[in-house]
Design a protein around this ligand. Structure first.
Ligand SMILES: O=C(O)CCC(=O)C(=O)O
Length: 298
């Protein structure tokens, strides 16, 4: 089976691409979960969220897409069919209680279940960034390879991303993909991994749009899987990830949200009632990643 990532076509089960594995069998054993996270760089938990809660978060976001005329009126809203020419959308920001459509989503990613999972995994009281990144990814769109640290590295480096599909996301709808082993790309961590998009103003922040080039040059192997509503995957700040292309006529709806120990320093851009977010990135003409990579010799 061929999977599209950017302009590349990757064969599932080749040196470039394999399947993510679930960590559900380790859920009862926190030491084993930590060890797996260390070794694999991620934990995929199937059926973690209540499917009904995920579907109500999805409905709220679909309602917003409908209100923005981004859905094809010829289909039921819940199918999320993209209106002719409509682009994707990011609904980044902190909880806004006036936005009723978003409340089920905030409850989902801030739930007691999520927070106590991180309390247990991190071995202390966890906190979540107030800022959340729910998104609708349009036809032909994908996310290029990046470390999250370049967007949120001003506090502790022990921050974890939880990626939650808000609905079922089969291969062709563009699920998350990660580069296995990229948590050990030492030269990349010492160069690209020290970058801060607001300080360095480098376009997109993606180290590469070409997953084949990544493997040939840096090593590792891409991994993805079809996701179902309820699944989630977590990973640290130094794990290259991106996504498969959405080749369907429906939006891929998902979110990325962040968690860390409350006792550790926090990146001030992402907390508070109105987090300031990226304040400088892209304000001036940004440097190309190609140029930055030449300077880093990677
Ligand atoms: O959903 C995507 O396409 C990318 C998500 C991502 O980059 C993240 O979860 O950090």
């Amino acid at each position: 089976m061929k999977i599209m990532m950017g302009n590349a076509e990757l064969e599932m089960g080749s040196k470039y691409l394999t399947e993510l594995r679930s960590a559900n069998d380790l859920l009862h054993d926190v030491d084993a979960l930590r060890q797996r996270l260390e070794e694999d760089g991620y934990l995929l938990i199937r059926g973690f969220h209540d499917r009904a809660d995920v579907m109500s978060a999805r409905s709220g976001i679909l309602q917003k897409l409908h209100d923005m005329n981004k859905l094809d009126a010829g289909f039921p809203i819940e199918e999320g069919v993209i209106a002719q020419g409509a682009k994707g959308a990011m609904f980044g920001g902190a909880v806004n209680e006036e936005d009723e459509n978003m409340m089920p989503f905030y409850h989902l990613v801030n739930s007691e279940k999520v927070m106590s999972f991180f309390d247990r995994l991190l071995g202390g009281e966890a906190m979540t960034y107030d800022y959340k990144w729910p998104r609708a990814v349009g036809n032909g769109d994908f996310t290029g390879a990046h470390y999250d640290i370049v967007y949120m590295g001003r506090g502790t480096k022990q921050v974890y991303t939880m990626w939650t599909p808000l609905g079922d996301v089969p291969y062709e709808q563009g699920p998350l993909s990660i580069c296995l082993g990229s948590q050990n790309f030492e030269k990349m961590k010492a160069t690209y991994g020290q970058m801060d998009v607001d300080r360095d103003n480098i376009e997109l922040g993606w180290i590469s749009k070409d997953p084949i080039e990544c493997v040939d040059k840096f090593g590792g192997q891409w991994a993805t899987t079809p996701f179902e509503a309820g699944d989630m995957i977590i990973f640290g700040m130094f794990l290259l990830h991106g996504s498969v292309n959405n080749t369907t006529s429906r939006f891929r709806i998902s979110s990325d949200t962040r968690y860390q120990l409350r006792s550790e320093p926090v990146d001030e851009r992402w907390v508070g009632v109105k987090p300031k977010g990226h304040y400088a990135w892209g304000q001036e003409k940004s440097k190309s990643m190609e140029e930055a990579r030449k300077e880093w010799s990677i």
